[in-house]
Ligand binder design. Structure first.
Ligand code: GTP
Ligand code: MG
Length: 358
């Protein structure tokens, strides 16, 4: 009824936007504060003395996290295959990379060994989740555009993600081995979207590649390193409890819940107590992208973690804490909150009382 006087036609069971609730509260002389799940979680972690934003400790350089994006079939995975083959000493990485979706390679640049972390995104739900949370895992975006196909809808979508994340873009013009390839047309098309190639007087690096016959791969890696060195000064604390993002997770028949995580701060070690979303546990084993067991992982390192009690969701923040009890309590409280939210959703409406903060 009160809603009606505010000029809104709503029924008692209809859910309504947060702003409207706040307005209604004002009208009724209540202070209505709509608390986002993120804020609630922040409060929960604060109870345990954890602040995700905190960035204390000695900052050290970390490798860039490079996300490969682009229109379907333009060759993202093939490009990553080419890069991996070129750089992983022991050649073919086992089944792990397919699950992990992220892996680190080493590039030789100016006589030094440089690590670069790549994330493959095709239809990757994890990626959407990460974006939605605004988790800034991406430092650089490699936009793959097939030279025979040109700029397509998902090319633009990918570009918008890159812009939203504030990440510099390196364009990989792929499939240049095909007779119908027109790499210059790709450059021309992308100027319309604000990506002007260096050779056209702009600031964006475009690199012609052909992933299948593995042409131009080194040039692309060089462009990534140059972009990193020119535009970014990536640092993270290496000491302290690890923190990062779950990129992907699944239930493995033999190993139980397995999560691919990207460490963003601190060092993750075997034996650490961790929580990711509503899942918690102790790191029983960590595998790198080649399936090798590793004991610790520092910032920008993607690893597969075993030992969680449940499968976290892609995009969930993970963190290590000092003891099992802390991570269990955080996980339990999150689970309880999730159940409550689900119940409310099942009831078909969100009661106004939930939002009242008298
Ligand atoms: P989604 O993950 O589905 O978005 O696709 P993608 O972008 O990962 O493409 P993918 O790497 O699977 O390649 C799609 C097809 O293009 C495959 O058949 C590749 O072999 C082929 N392909 C990729 N790169 C090249 C290239 O440089 N030249 C030629 N001729 N074919 C390529
Ligand atoms: Mg793919």
């Amino acid at each position: 009824q009160e809603m009606f006087t505010l000029g809104e036609m709503v029924t008692a069971t209809q859910s309504c936007p947060d702003e409207l609730l706040e307005l209604l509260g004002e009208h009724l002389n209540y202070t209505v504060k709509v608390v986002s799940p993120e804020e609630e979680d922040k409060k929960l972690l604060a109870q345990f003395g954890i602040d995700l934003e905190e960035n204390e400790g000695e900052q050290e350089s970390r490798p860039p996290v490079v996300t490969v994006m682009g229109h379907v079939d333009h060759g993202k995975t093939k490009l990553l295959d080419a890069i991996r083959h070129t750089n992983i000493v022991d050649g073919e990485a086992g089944g792990i990379t397919q699950h992990i979706g992220a892996y680190q390679v080493h590039v030789e640049h100016a006589g030094t060994d440089r690590a670069v972390t790549f994330i493959d995104t095709p239809g990757h739900e994890a990626f959407t989740a990460m974006r939605a949370r605004g988790a800034n895992v991406t430092d650089i975006v490699v936009l793959v555009v097939a030279a025979n196909d040109g700029v397509m809808p998902q090319t633009i979508e990918a570009l918008n993600h890159a812009k939203a994340a504030g990440a510099p873009v390196v364009v990989a013009v792929n499939k240049t081995d095909l007779p119908e390839a027109n790499p210059d047309k790709v450059r021309q098309q992308l100027t319309e979207y604000g990506l002007v190639a260096e050779e056209y007087g702009g600031e964006t690096m475009f690199v012609n590649v052909a992933a299948k016959p593995r042409i131009g791969i080194d040039n692309l890696l060089e462009a990534i390193i140059l972009t990193n060195d020119a535009a970014l000064d990536l640092k993270a604390p290496v000491k302290g409890n690890a923190q990062g993002v779950a990129i992907e997770a699944h239930l493995d028949r033999g190993r139980g819940p397995v999560a691919s995580v990207l460490v963003q701060k601190g060092t993750l070690r075997v034996g650490d107590s961790i929580v990711a979303g509503g899942a918690h546990g102790r790191v029983r084993a960590m595998l790198d992208e080649s399936g090798n067991r590793i004991k610790e992982a520092t910032p920008s390192r993607p690893v597969q973690v075993q030992g969680l009690t449940a499968v976290p969701s892609a995009g969930d923040v993970f963190l290590a804490a000092d003891d099992d009890r802390t991570v269990r309590q955080i996980a339990e409280q999150r689970q309880a909150r999730r159940r409550a939210a689900q119940q409310a959703a099942r009831a078909g409406r969100t009661t106004l009382e939930n939002f009242m903060d008298k």
